[in-house]
Design a protein around this ligand. Structure first.
Ligand code: FAD
Length: 399
């Protein structure tokens, strides 16, 4: 296995870097670099720029509008985007729903939905979790009852990320209450403009509005919006989650985050010397960097295996656990490096409103980011659950 980049890979990296230098708007890059929120307009703008370039869907097959990149090129693209502080592409349509439609959807669904994901006309959100159905997702209770050529949906979803911007939601619903838990679930695509849907905000620890509750009261959904077969939704749901978890590892985000911490720690003076020279701080920084290098190598090994046709399995759980632990450690180091400047962690900092304190660059949002990223080890299946999966698969079921 050769983990070095080829001449073609290096040329591709130069091409991506040149594109980002020319096309990434400065205000978006600044917002990402300083840890501030983007809002719908910012996300939409970057989405359009990438779509125009034909670089929006690196993981899609070319026949649907994908880039035709191999796994190493996708990795290089991610790395370069993070390095340039490009906005994260909202994953729900592009990297979560699309693979499910491509593998299990009908021809009509692929022809109708995939182009609208690319154009940005459809903004998707994920309706999996419910109160009482998070880790134990199969106990979900939102009902869909067949009535002629419609399903009638009643129930509640929760933690729906960016649901306030979405015009479509993919939902797991119970279509057979008498079957064994996993066998009575279906996968439905629901237009958020349908009467009977209500989106209620949940305000997070950092004061931001990022997640929501979504309520369904007698919502009529055409039967053609069922993906695959009725009561087989659990299979499609699990397939989607594998894509969600690999995506969360965020090697590039951590690399960019680590560089930002180093910059901050060089500027901050602690007992007369730059903080980066403090032995305790330097030791933690070194540990985070070593862990990150090890994870980046694991990531490359998995990419290399995938390039040879071996499908990633439990590795997506491993990357999710390690990736989120490292990102949270980097957030904590940033918060500590910012010192007193991290104290006013009010949500206004995310909107860039905290500058009256004239803090070192990037430190005013450090605490807000630290609190916000507590979520990383919870969503996409909590890290405890991922460890159970790893133990089951790798240690032969002794959990
Ligand atoms: C910010 C944020 C955004 C989210 N976005 C979305 C979204 O867009 N769409 C969506 O559908 N969902 C979303 N989620 C929901 C997320 O997937 C769930 O929170 C997650 O699956 C955990 O479920 P829970 O919150 O019900 O916790 P619980 O399942 O109640 O777990 C509580 C604690 O117990 C532990 N635990 C539970 N069972 C076990 C076990 N068997 N062994 C060991 N430990 C266990 C868990 O690991 C956790 O630490 C989001 C969550 C957050 C926090």
């Amino acid at each position: 296995m050769d983990l070095n980049y080829s001449t073609e890979d290096l040329a591709f990296r130069a091409e991506v870097r040149a594109f980002l230098e020319a096309k990434l708007p400065q205000d978006l890059s600044d917002a990402v670099r300083l840890g501030r929120g983007l809002g719908k307009e910012g996300h939409d703008r970057w989405h359009s720029i990438l779509n125009e370039q034909g670089w929006l869907a690196p993981t899609w097959p070319e026949e649907y509008g994908g880039c035709g990149w191999n796994a190493v090129q996708r990795h290089i693209f991610d790395e370069e985007c993070c390095r340039a502080h490009a906005p994260r592409i909202v994953p729900f349509g592009l990297t979560m729903l699309a693979p499910v439609l491509q593998k299990f959807g009908s021809d009509q669904q692929r022809a109708y939905f995939l182009p609208k994901i690319l154009s940005g006309e459809h903004w998707w959100c994920q309706g999996y979790s419910e109160p009482g159905a998070g880790s134990d997702l199969a106990s979900l209770r939102t009902r869909a009852v067949r009535d002629g050529d419609h399903y009638v949906v009643n129930g509640q979803k929760t933690w729906t990320t960016l649901g306030q911007y979405a015009n479509w939601i993919f939902c797991l619903v119970r279509t057979d209450p008498d079957a064994k838990q996993q066998e009575g679930i279906s996968f439905l695509l629901i237009d958020m403009d349908t009467p009977g849907i209500e989106v209620r905000p949940i305000i997070l620890l950092d004061g931001t509005h990022e997640v929501n509750e979504v309520w369904f009261t007698d919502v009529r959904v055409p039967v053609e919006n069922l993906v695959g077969e009725e009561n087989k939704g659990w299979t499609y749901a699990k397939y989607l989650l594998t894509h969600e978890r690999t995506n969360i590892a965020g090697v590039g985000f951590s690399q960019a985050g680590l560089e930002a911490v180093k910059r901050l720690a060089r500027q901050q003076i602690h007992r007369g010397r730059p903080l980066i020279e403090n032995p305790h701080f330097a030791a933690r920084l070194a540990r985070a960097e070593i862990d990150l290098m090890a994870m980046a190598t694991t990531n490359l090994r998995i990419i290399s295996a995938a390039a040879q046709g071996q499908a990633p399995g439990v590795e997506s759980s491993m990357l999710k656990v390690k990736g989120t632990e490292i990102r949270q450690e980097i957030n904590d180091l940033a918060r500590r490096a910012a010192g007193v400047y991290a104290l006013p962690f009010a949500s206004e900092a995310l909107a860039g409103d905290n500058s009256a304190l004239a803090p070192p660059e990037g430190s005013d949002a450090a605490a807000a980011q630290y609190f916000n990223n507590r979520k990383l080890s919870i969503f996409g299946g909590s890290n405890e659950i991922q460890k159970n999966i790893i133990a089951k698969v790798s240690l032969g079921g002794r959990t």
